[in-house]
Design a binder for this molecule. Sequence first.
Ligand code: SAH
Length: 352
Amino acid sequence: MNKNDLIHILATPDRLELERIRGAAEETLLRCCGNKVYFRGLIEFSNLCDNDCLYCGIRKSNRRVARYVLTKEKIIEAALWCGEQGYGSVVLQSGERCDEKFIGFVEEIVAAIKDKSRTPAMPEGLGITLSVGEQSEATYRRFFAAGAHRYLLRIETTSPELYKRLHPANMRLPDRIESLNALRRAGFQVGTGVMIGLPGQTVEQLADDLLFFRDIDIDMIGMGPYIMHHDTPLSAWRDVHERTAADRFDLALRMIAAARLLLEDVNIAAATALQAIDPEGREKALSWGANIIMPQLTPTEVRHDYQLYDGKPCLDESADQCRSCLQIRIAGAGREIGYDSWGDSRHAINKR
Ligand code: SAH
């Protein structure tokens, strides 16, 4: 597939053609990855952040957010619950900090979760994915040594101009690309992704994003629609309403299908942001080529304070409720849940 093919997938107005594309993406998924949907329990363990991304609700300059860090005990408790449900993996996500206190804390919780989650069903413990932003290679190596083996760092956009408009001057696209390379060198399976439907973003740029995923040989993808947060500078952008929520949702599904057709055997997450636009957003993503779902494990008392965008779904559902709701939704999509397994991407497994 070349750039024009990708642009065609992202832009064709022909609904019948689009349904054919969706079917091909689903068929590729089933052929290259199988029928199973894997869970990664998501623990948003802190919203303290030193960055100031112009789109993000927990950016440093947003003084209206009550800041929190979950205790080590709470984080471990949520992770072990996840293991008991047979989810197989957790994602530890937070705002971005690079101080030693933070790095040591992450190292400690990773090691503790690894240690405490070993069971007869999962002798190697839970699979641990980290999503704590740009760090030095030395830090990435410490996280890997502690027991994490996958890392998510979205590139956000590969367009240098758009990247500059979305971030403060101290954040640079080349640094973020270098972080992805450093993660790989440190031994991680690496995931990246972009926001879809950003103000001023073109389908040509999104096609370039997909080619970037291929060129850096990514193992996993997490991407979803951009959704405004009212307390961010980006919410004031005049052209923000260029695309409606329905259009951004549609574009996100097309991106998932295009990524599946282009990359075949990577893991692709059905992002929670899809569900913020359409209550069935994540199930729909499954039939467009996604195979990963990240159920909320963040304790409900702090979930309200981890709002990257407006209208975050499932704010008050308990982890238990999320679980039964997801089981029904996945069966409804004709798929099976992959219990008690890390569910690494075939792409990463085939590389070994
Ligand atoms: N701080 C970490 C991870 C937390 S943010 C990091 O920088 O990697 C996780 C992702 O949420 C970001 O990568 C971004 O793509 C997404 N996000 C942030 N604000 C958003 C918004 N307004 N709409 C949609 N997605 C958003």
